[in-house]
Design a protein. Structure first.
Length: 89
């Protein structure tokens, strides 16, 4: 299973929208999911012209859920942006 496969896998058909970025049934994080698929063929553009995608997860409890990529909480694995230097005029 390729998370970036352009064709949605059959298991995504029963997905429910999670309003928080975790399983709506057991509250497990996406990192604990058995399978993942990202719908990269149909991005949605936000008001500030950024793209977001639907991310589908099959949880360990059997629930299939999806959430917007823009709702993903910050990760410890990503380096924070370097702080801007302040200019004094």
């Amino acid at each position: 299973m390729d998370a970036f496969d352009p064709t949605p896998p059959a298991w995504t058909q029963s997905a429910v929208h999670a309003w928080e970025f975790c399983c709506p049934a057991c509250r497990s994080l996406c990192t604990e999911s058995h399978r993942v698929w990202i719908n990269r063929r149909s991005p949605v553009f936000t008001e500030d012209h950024r793209r977001k995608w639907q991310e589908f997860y099959e949880c360990q409890c059997g629930t299939v859920w999806w959430a917007w990529s823009s709702d993903r909480p910050p990760s410890d694995l990503v380096k924070p942006d370097a702080p801007e230097t302040l200019r004094e005029d």
